[in-house]
Design a protein around this ligand. Structure first.
Ligand code: ZN
Length: 387
């Protein structure tokens, strides 16, 4: 598919019908018309177009309400593919996904230490070529490339402005990949992409205000309201990792002091453990803290419980600023959820302003886990197609 065809293909009715089939399929043409308010002849015409574009397929016959059995429509899962790329602080992952999040091919490379913009883009291009080579005979089905990039991203230009963990600045991701592959490319912050991945493939149904917090080496979040990602005036919506928790706390990767990230990231957990436990090993990692806690070592359990309380504080700040209906927690740190969650829930019960918020603030662990961000990157293209 050539660049720019998304816009040509789209119309309000087409988007509504495609989304109805995605969310409610298998569904008959008659039910689509009834539920969307679009006239039956228009539904038939648009469905014909969607079938010609390989996005929708006819499936089995439905139940007859008297007369002929209606043919049901479904998304044509393998009719089109999208590429998702997750550029974290240490690795670049790429996948090829179909329209419903089945992964057909995957590859991963470690980012060179002290990388340059050119070397980083070369690695990203190479890892995309690797996954494309695995579906060599079906490359024409690929609709485009979505990139989830750690750090601050300028959405329109697709430039990674600043990535604190790699130290890279002003990386022209969109321009480079579009030139290399002649496909549309969308670049997004990794936590926002994770929110899309979780919302799109996590099977939650429609949630009006949906938030995902990604807690790992850094901390970020994504907020989806009425099916759409929120950005804010300077693309900073969701930078919860840099909400100030303490005026004179530790220096954060962003340069400020006392950010939420400095209390709950993987590194923060290690630092806390070394402070709280005298005989903590020098080569301690957040993974080891969890392993020791699982072995029943009470000192390490306390470290995670303390971390859970602090994550709860960050969540309360989010509840009291945007008040989401649902908060999903993911990222490496949340692998210790069994020790963190009770404290998180308790902090919310203690600090939420109203009884209703105490009782009804829904906080759950990611359903998709490690693939949420890379699938979300792939879904960035789909959101353009479907909304
Ligand atoms: Zn910060």
């Amino acid at each position: 598919m050539l660049r720019g065809t998304f816009q040509l293909m789209k119309s309000v009715n087409k988007t509504a019908i495609l989304n109805k089939i995605r969310l409610a399929g298998p569904i008959s043409r008659a039910d689509i018309a009834k539920e969307t308010g679009i006239t039956p002849p228009t539904v038939s015409t648009i469905v014909k177009e969607l079938m010609a574009e390989n996005l929708v397929a006819e499936s089995r016959l439905g139940k007859s309400k008297g007369g002929r059995k209606p043919t049901l429509l479904l998304l044509k899962e393998d009719g089109s593919y999208v590429i998702g790329v997750d550029a974290g602080s240490k690795t670049i992952k790429a996948i090829v996904s179909d329209l419903v999040g089945h992964v057909l091919a995957r590859a991963e490379v470690e980012i060179y230490p002290h990388s340059t913009n050119e070397a980083f883009l070369e690695q990203m291009t190479a890892v995309i070529r690797t996954v494309l080579s695995e579906i060599a005979d079906q490359c024409e089905k690929v609709l485009g490339i979505g990139v989830a990039m750690h750090g601050v991203v300028e959405i329109e230009s697709g430039i990674s402005l600043y990535s604190s963990k790699t130290g890279l600045r002003n990386v022209p991701i969109k321009e480079t990949l579009e030139a290399a592959f002649d496909l549309p490319v969308t670049v997004e912050n990794n936590s926002r992409a994770m929110a899309i991945g979780e919302y799109w493939f996590g099977d939650y149904g429609y949630i009006q205000r949906f938030s995902v917090i990604n807690i790992g080496r850094g901390v970020g979040s994504g907020l989806i309201v009425n099916d759409k990602l929120c950005y804010g005036a300077q693309d900073l919506t969701g930078e919860i990792g840099h909400v100030s928790i303490s005026l004179d706390g530790d220096v954060c990767s962003c340069g400020n002091r006392g950010c939420f990230e400095t209390f709950v990231s993987g590194d923060a957990i290690v630092k806390r453990a070394k402070k709280m436990i005298q005989d903590a090993p020098d080569d301690l990692t957040a993974e080891k803290v969890y392993a020791f806690a699982k072995e029943g070592k009470t000192d390490y359990i306390h470290v995670l419980e303390e971390t859970g309380k602090l994550i709860g504080i960050g969540i309360i700040n989010l509840v009291h600023t945007v008040n989401p209906d649902q908060i999903v927690l993911g990222g490496g740190v949340m692998k210790s959820a069994d020790f963190l969650m009770p404290q998180i829930q308790q902090t919310i019960r203690e600090r939420a302003l109203t009884e209703k918020a105490k009782a009804e603030t829904k906080v759950v662990i990611s359903k998709i886990g490690d693939d949420a961000t890379v699938l979300g990157a792939a879904a960035l293209l789909l959101t353009e197609l479907f909304y």
